[in-house]
Design a protein around this ligand. Structure first.
Ligand SMILES: *Cc1c(COP(=O)(O)O)cnc(C)c1O
Length: 470
């Protein structure tokens, strides 16, 4: 299996190389040259597999340049009961109104990003070790991504993580999660500024080509192909859990921001998994809902991005969206170049003339949720089912209830646990005890390791130099 860029100007590459890439050199995103097709017999066989066995069968179709036994070993070390809380890894449960919830957030940082990041950590270590390379990850986080990356890469050989976060802006839980890590290869850097300042520093360092090359600077953002391919697996697992026969169809409802999660659902559907519809749920930042309703894609500027109570979906541009549009445009890379030139010019584009295809051929629909909906949904689910759901999952459930058709089986992806967002949960249900997974009691009391720096890229570069020039 080789990989191609959505912009069509990059040589075809094998998985191991794509794994370590961010954007393609031509500015596009990498995708497999075709999606493997899963026939009825294979699907029947897969129904009986454990999560790691299923992950191996799916991923080996995309990962053809790592020996099968090595890939199996990476997967077996990743998807364990110890890391994800149950042997099923992503169990499915049913609410009293019939909506199903697939748990994706029982990994170390209590958000679905662990599902892919934990794999990425082991895959990075393997590929870097084989090639005798090192990689120094520089990232900016406002919470979930940074902690998922740090927990995936802590203690891994050949990798250092330099994670910038806005000083004093994350919740005390999020700070404690990241800053309590004592691993030598994890460097927490709190910048005196906002999240955007952190991102600007990352860009400034990336733009210093000499520094970037000398210090082997890389990233693990949501466009990484290794993350997408790991996410394809849980759509198959969720389908098997929610059905008893492969004659049945299931719709997935996905709380969305950068379109990374639901992009994996799109790929599973293209492979032949019997997915009826892919329901994209957004919060007040509705750039995706607008597209799926009208065909107009109008990325917002940072000033027009709302700060909401489902913060991990506060995005203005959906960085993985180009992968779907590439398929939608029948993989015409010159068309993608034209459309994204419009995006770069701040204009966006309008594809209303293919909306039928988006819905009928690709199964996409969407909906949107506001703060009041989120609060009401958390409260209502607590009253009817006695369980606390996180604000992002609540956005999904709100939208799923709105668009569900009679007889349709809808699986909502649980993208985080309530324990991470206690302020919003309390606003919804009052002062109740919010369950925390075992081992995380007293997290905030652990010693913390963080360096506070001024909002200055040169200061961050110096800090990286000092850490690596030893
Ligand atoms: C990252 C994240 C999302 C959005 O996922 P995308 O892949 O960016 O669409 C939703 N919910 C939570 C809790 C997240 O951390």
């Amino acid at each position: 299996m080789k990989y191609i860029s959505t912009r069509g100007q990059t040589a075809h590459k094998p998985f191991s190389e794509v794994l370590l890439m961010g954007l393609a050199p031509d500015g596009g995103l990498m995708l497999p040259e075709h999606y493997p097709q899963i026939g009825a017999d294979t699907l029947q066989h897969w129904r009986g597999l454990s999560y790691p066995e299923l992950a191996f069968e799916i991923m080996r179709l995309f990962v053809t340049d790592i020996p099968a036994d090595d890939l199996r070993d990476i997967i077996n070390r990743t998807y364990t009961e110890a890391a994800f809380g149950s042997a099923e890894i992503t169990p499915v449960r049913t609410l009293s109104d019939g909506i199903k919830i697939q748990a994706l957030s029982n990994g170390p940082t209590l958000a679905f990003k662990d599902m892919a990041m934990q794999f990425l950590g082991n895959a990075f270590e393997y590929v870097l070790g084989k090639e005798g390379k090192v990689l120094n990850i520089l990232g900016a986080t406002s919470g979930d991504t940074g902690s998922a990356a740090e927990y995936a890469l802590r203690g891994k050989k050949g990798v250092n993580v330099f994670m910038l976060s806005p000083e004093g802006k994350m919740s005390s839980f999020q700070r404690a999660q990241m800053f309590s890590l004592q691993d030598e290869n994890i460097h927490n850097i709190a910048v005196e500024g906002m999240f955007d300042d952190c991102q600007d520093i990352v860009k400034a360092v990336q733009n210093d080509a000499a520094f970037k090359a000398q210090y082997h600077i890389g990233t693990v953002n949501s466009i990484n192909w290794g993350r997408i391919v790991a996410q394809v697996v849980y759509y198959f697992a969720g389908y098997f859990n929610a059905t008893t026969s492969n004659e049945q169809k299931v719709s997935f409802c996905v709380p969305s921001g950068n379109f990374g999660n639901v992009c994996a659902g799109h790929i599973a559907r293209q492979m032949g998994l019997p997915i009826h519809r892919l329901i994209v749920a957004t919060n007040e930042n509705d750039v995706l809902d607008e597209f799926f309703k009208t065909g107009a894609y109008r990325p917002r500027t940072t000033e027009h991005t709302h700060v909401t109570s489902s913060p991990s979906m506060d995005i203005s541009k959906a960085s993985n969206f180009e992968r779907f549009v590439f398929d939608l445009m029948d993989r015409d890379s010159s068309e993608i170049q034209v459309l994204w030139a419009e995006v770069a010019a701040g204009k966006g584009f309008d594809l209303h003339f293919v909306l039928d295809k988006v819905r009928e051929q690709y199964g996409f629909v969407s909906g949107k949720s506001h703060h009041a909906d989120r609060i009401a949904t958390i409260k209502q689910v607590f009253e009817s089912d006695g369980e606390l759901i996180d604000p992002h999952t609540a956005d999904g459930i709100k939208v799923a209830r709105e668009v569900r058709e009679p007889g349709e089986t809808v699986v909502c992806l649980e993208t985080a646990l309530a324990a991470k967002f206690d302020a919003t949960i309390r606003e919804a249900v009052g002062d109740v005890a919010i369950p925390r997974p075992a081992g995380l009691e007293g997290l905030e009391d652990l010693p913390q390791r963080v360096q506070i720096v001024s909002n200055n890229a040169e200061v961050v570069k110096d800090l990286i130099r000092k850490a690596l020039d030893q």
